[in-house]
Design a protein. Structure first.
Length: 86
């Protein structure tokens, strides 16, 4: 029995939201963020306006926060359930 187009769209939206949440809510290190943005690590280190938090001695970046700081609003409406180290 084929699925209705409306049901397929609902499933596709749900999958997209899950993927988006995993992408924008995962804390990244400097190298991972540089790779994600397609820039050199030195560019990330040189940007003082990128929001980050410390995990021990290491900087961690939330993709959602960095994209917003760079003026790109991905339209992500969900919350990130990640505890940040103080």
């Amino acid at each position: 029995m084929p699925m209705a187009e409306e049901d397929l769209e609902k499933i596709a939206d749900m999958v997209c939201r899950r993927i988006e949440k995993q992408l924008v809510c995962k804390p990244l290190g400097v190298a991972e963020l540089a790779d994600f943005l397609g820039v050199e690590k030195s560019w990330v280190y040189g940007r003082r306006d990128l929001p980050f938090f410390m995990a021990g001695k290491h900087k961690r970046f939330m993709v959602k926060d960095v994209l917003e700081a760079l003026g790109y609003a991905p339209g992500f409406k969900g919350g990130c359930d990640v505890e940040r180290a103080a």
